[in-house]
Ligand binder design. Structure first.
Ligand code: FAD
Length: 473
């Protein structure tokens, strides 16, 4: 026999990993060589992120420790995975490489290329479920056999699809000796440590991720239904772990299904959104660059570098937008409701192309994920799947703040210059009289910016733009 290779990508765990179970079966006494390959095309590509690369390195470090404790070691390579994996195959005599199935156009094209290179080297690439909850995600179709583009019917079919069995983490692992390489540093991958810094990142690695999921399901989950839209409330915060696969999404679904009640149901539906967007990129890979809805491909986006910068820096004069953008800058995270509010503001108040926002999020989010991020941006810009009339997704930042941050806790935390502004003015601080501004210790235009646009005016302009684009086709 020969060892089997496990090619890790974004499934960085040993629990509930079908590709690992298959590799253990194939490798037998010769063991499993787990390989992670740093692909510069991905790390330095259009969505390069110092923060996410830093979190990836932390997660890989934890994964190597986990393998070490179980008796194996992680191998590291850098370069084109087709060349690197073929080389490992030649070095070790392995005849099979197991990996978890990817959904994006980039990932699938890469896997096809790697599969061909491995075949030349005398090995085959076997793909397994593990990234999505549904193990046959591509098979979830409408009654007429088409891929779903509307979320609700998808989520019903998704919830009904039988699940595979959960797989326990192995109690021991064996990796043969060889050229294992070293975990690179952030610097050697071309990133500056200062660009990677975030406040309060989650503890990395599967042990921390599984613990966090269990803690979440044991108590806070119960309040999810009533609190999930409250900007100051804490949701599960498991997205960065799910993105890298340090937490099996199926295990998370299991933990949630042990509970009854509306919170558990709602949470499970949120998990379905993740699978929904994975199948969107699977069936419609062009969304990675283009609007899903052809009628909006000619939308007249504006060119406003100053507006874009104000949005990026959290200086739009709309407190909830600014708080959210500053939360992102400081922590690499943003609440889901806040993501929708700032995305609507960028696309429908500033009339800027959603791709600017997609790009900024991918650079700064620890959980930045091609499918979910693109899906969220296109959903809010009304250009994507799950279509609704554009005016239904035009968020009024003032009303959103009043409804979802009524105490002002979220806004005051991230915009401390507004700390002294009374509740009744917090969503529209520009309406304070000069005396009120003095009392609040916050002069508009000096301590805190004036609003850069008038929402009511921009709302009407956005309506014109969307109508014009739809009428042109
Ligand atoms: C414009 C925009 C961009 C987004 N970009 C990303 C992204 O890059 N990466 C990312 O993981 N999520 C993204 N989301 C979805 C969502 O905001 C985050 O998943 C969520 O805020 C993460 O926090 P949490 O883990 O506490 O979520 P919870 O509310 O606890 O939800 C649990 C899990 O369900 C999944 N989920 C929940 N809502 C969504 C959703 N709308 N779409 C897809 N999955 C969802 C996530 O995996 C999440 O971790 C985006 C949403 C919008 C509107």
């Amino acid at each position: 026999m020969a060892p089997a290779i496990l090619w890790y990508r974004r499934d960085l765990r040993v629990h509930d990993l079908p590709a690992l179970a298959a590799a253990i079966g194939d490798g037998g006494d010769d063991g499993v060589i787990p390989v992670f390959c740093f692909d510069d095309r991905l790390l330095g590509g259009r969505f390069a992120s110092a923060r996410r690369t830093w979190f990836l390195l932390q997660t890989l470090q934890a994964l190597d420790t986990r393998w070490h404790e179980l008796g194996g070691r992680l191998w590291f390579r850098r370069g084109d995975p087709a060349e690197q994996l073929a080389e490992v195959v030649r070095e070790t005599g392995a005849t099979v490489v197991h990996a978890s199935e990817e959904f994006s156009g980039f990932g699938r094209a890469r896997d096809a290329r790697v599969g061909a290179a491995l075949a030349d080297a005398g090995a085959q690439l076997d793909l397994h479920p593990g990234v999505a909850i549904a193990s046959r995600l591509g098979e979830i179709r409408t009654k007429t056999g088409k891929p779903h583009t509307v979320f609700t019917p998808f989520s019903k079919a998704w919830a009904d699809q039988p699940r595979r069995e959960l797989i326990k983490a192995p109690s021991a692992l064996h990796t043969p000796r060889g050229q294992r390489g070293e975990l690179p540093t952030l610097k050697s991958l071309g990133f500056d440590a200062t660009d990677a810094q975030v406040d309060g990142p989650p503890a990395a690695g599967e042990i921390a991720a599984v613990d966090a999921a269990k803690r979440w399901a044991s108590a806070p989950l119960a309040d999810y239904e009533s609190r999930r839209s409250d900007l100051a409330a804490v949701t599960s915060r498991l997205s960065a772990h799910l993105h890298l696969g340090a937490l099996s999404p199926l295990l998370l679904e299991h933990l949630v299904r042990e509970h009854t009640g509306r919170s558990a149901t709602t949470y499970r539906t949120e998990l379905a959104w993740r699978d929904f967007y994975l199948q969107v990129v699977l069936h419609h890979p062009h969304v990675a660059r283009l609007e899903f809805q052809a009628r909006y491909r000619e939308l007249a986006w504006e060119d406003d570098p100053e507006g874009l910068e104000a949005w990026q820096q959290g200086r739009t004069g709309y407190p909830v937008v600014d708080a959210a953008m500053r939360e992102l800058a400081a922590t690499g995270y943003m609440h889901n409701r806040a993501r929708m509010i700032v995305a609507s503001f960028l696309t429908k108040d500033l009339h800027l192309d959603w791709r600017h926002g997609e790009h900024w999020f991918m650079r700064h989010l620890l959980d930045g994920d091609l499918a979910s991020n693109n899906g969220g941006w296109q959903w809010t810009a009304s250009t994507g799947t799950d279509p609704a009339p554009y005016f239904r997704r035009m968020f009024n930042p003032t009303l959103q703040q009043k409804k979802f941050d009524p105490s002002g806790r979220y806004v005051r935390r991230w915009c401390p210059e507004l700390a002294g502004v009374p509740d009744k003015h917090l969503a529209e601080p520009w309406k304070m009289t000069p005396d009120e501004q003095d009392d609040a210790g916050c002069r508009i235009g000096y301590d805190y910016p004036e609003p850069i646009v008038d929402h009511a005016v921009e709302r009407a302009r956005a309506a014109e733009r969307y109508q014009a684009a739809a009428a042109a086709v």
